[in-house]
Write a new protein. Structure first.
Length: 338
């Protein structure tokens, strides 16, 4: 999935920093996991602890990190992914009006253009089916979250947006005309008890410990809850009140890491309370915290401080405008003697 601040293209760099500084480790914590691509990558080496404030991220983490196999759906008795991809119009038409949240709020029926009406209806139908199967105990918890994850992963491919759900396009983008297609997700078996959470990082940190923690907080004021509200609503299925033209969720969780006045205190609190021997932090030279501020906090609580710079254009894979020439993606390392 396209995600602000995704570290998909930085995985080898993170691994290099670990290889250079960490001799023995058994566990790895990805405390701001977003798409879960970092935890999933390091699942081959470590027992993973993973967390994010957003519930849709938690669903993906449950599917990819906590699961150690693609579920079998034995009790259901058929392949739900195939079933979802072959829904007939008649079957879809049976979905009651009060279950059509996406149709009534994110498609032209609700005066918004995030989704074409047929795709919105399919999402509503699939979401309702997943909930029904869970209620009737036809699927277990692993199967439930796996199905939520495959649905969530499919939605961005047919969404009428330019990157995030902060706004929809005024004209239908080519991708939004495609049909929703649900695809299986590959699940790696590391034969370990991986654990995932949906908590505020600064609260969770008080109850976990391990060897390596990877800290990848938001860099700027853009709240993830606003930029991915539609995925959050599908994941939660909570039929929220929406506000404004863009249909943001009312009363969403806001992150202190996206606020200039609170970010540094939150960061210091997190580092202070981290019971991990090795701390890695990802940040950008354009972030709300300055390099000096980060260095000050890390050296206050850790030793062996190092900072690695990665060229932004390489990180982004496609070189773009000149403005970005000085932009650098940073990885900090400190050792914490517990
Ligand atoms: C830079 S992104 C992480 C990207 C991720 N490493 C990836 O590659 O997909 C930051 C993430 O932090 C989450 N977040 C923001 N504030 C948080 C908090 N206080 N506790 C936990 N997660 C938080 C956001 O929801 C977002 O997914």
């Amino acid at each position: 999935m396209r995600y602000i601040g995704s570290k998909k293209l930085l995985l080898a760099d993170i691994e290099r920093v670990i290889d250079e500084n960490v001799k023995n480790a058994e566990s790895f914590c990805d405390i701001f996991s977003g798409t879960a691509c970092v935890g999933n990558y390091f699942k081959k080496k470590y027992r993973i602890i993973s967390n994010d404030l957003l519930y849709f991220s938690y669903c993906i983490q449950k599917a990819l990190i906590e699961n150690n196999a693609v579920p079998q759906f034995k009790k259901l008795g058929f392949n739900p992914v195939e079933y979802f991809n072959n829904l007939s119009e008649t079957e879809l038409s049976y979905l009651p009006q009060d279950k059509r949240f996406c149709v009534n709020n994110y498609s032209p029926v609700g005066n918004r253009m995030y989704l074409k009406e047929d795709n919105a209806l399919k999402i509503d139908f699939i979401r309702e089916k997943i909930e029904l199967w869970r209620r009737e105990s036809l699927i277990n918890e692993n199967e439930y979250f796996y199905l939520l994850a495959v649905l969530i992963e499919a939605i961005p491919f047919i969404s009428n947006i330019s990157g995030t759900y902060g706004a929809y396009n005024k004209f239908w983008d080519k991708r939004s005309l495609n049909k929703l297609i649900i695809k299986d997700l590959p699940v790696f078996d590391n034969k370990k008890e991986n654990k995932v959470f949906n908590e505020n990082s600064n609260e969770l940190i008080l109850s976990i410990e391990g060897d390596i923690i990877y800290i990848d907080p938001p860099y700027n004021r853009r709240q993830y809850s606003s930029n991915y509200h539609l995925l959050e609503t599908v994941a939660k299925n909570d039929f929220p009140n929406l506000k404004g033209i863009t249909g943001l969720r009312e009363n969403d969780k806001k992150s202190d890491y996206c606020r200039k006045h609170s970010v540094l205190n939150s960061f210091e609190d997190l580092i202070k309370n981290a019971r991990f021997k090795h701390i890695l932090v990802s940040y950008s030279t354009e972030g709300l915290m300055g390099i000096n501020e980060i260095e000050k906090v890390l050296t206050l609580y850790g030793t062996n401080y190092k900072m690695y710079e990665i060229d932004y254009r390489r990180f982004k894979s496609r070189g773009k405008c000149k403005q970005e020439d000085n932009l650098k993606e940073l990885i900090f390392y400190v050792r914490k003697d517990l």
